[in-house]
Design a protein around this ligand. Sequence first.
Ligand SMILES: [Zn+2]
Length: 243
Amino acid sequence: MRSRVWMAVGVASMVVLSSAGAAHGQASCADCCFYSCIAAHLQKTAGMRDMYAGLAGRKGLTEAAYASAVAEARQRLAVQEAKAVGGVRSCDWRFPDPKDNLAMKEWQRLGWGLETLDDGRIAWKFRVETDMTKCSLDERQLAKLREIAPCGGIADATGAHERGHLDQCTARGAGTTVSANRMAQDEVEGHNLAIAKLEELREAARQACRKKDGSCAEQGANAAADRLRDVLPIFKATLGKKR
Ligand SMILES: [Zn+2]
């Protein structure tokens, strides 16, 4: 049998567009200004989980069908997340300066990329992967993710997801081949670990918003009304929800 490397890819697999770098230091997620980023990321993660749950139960699921369903959902949900976050500055990722050769070399050593679009914006491509044949995780990717995420907890949610894969892999033994259905089920479990973490973060941010009467000073100062327009509905909907 031809050897294959199945990569279980974490929730952090994404393309993020940016036109300018942001610098607000490594921050705790328990801040009202991160509420919308956490809520949007949670929504995307839950969407991916639901998609994988559908695949897990699909009869005759082929690897090709699995791959195309994942690619479609990833694209669709990334757009949804970007719209939900809008232009809230505190939700920006801290990408390296593309002119900084050293920083860009480090970025590429992680297996990550970038693409400059026609309009001058940059599409940053990065992901955290667990090698499900060797049962290994690239800790450098996770460490970098924590550096660039809007707040550290968002990266930690991905860490929980990927460590879940390590546990699955170790339990089965390195080199064990699994069906596409089983892979989808692995992803359901991995995403559930991330969702649990993101729900905790969202609650902490929600509490912080209550203390500030639901306002985020940074957003108010830096973001124009039109940039917030797409974010406020999700913000209000979740704040108003009885738990
Ligand atoms: Zn995964």
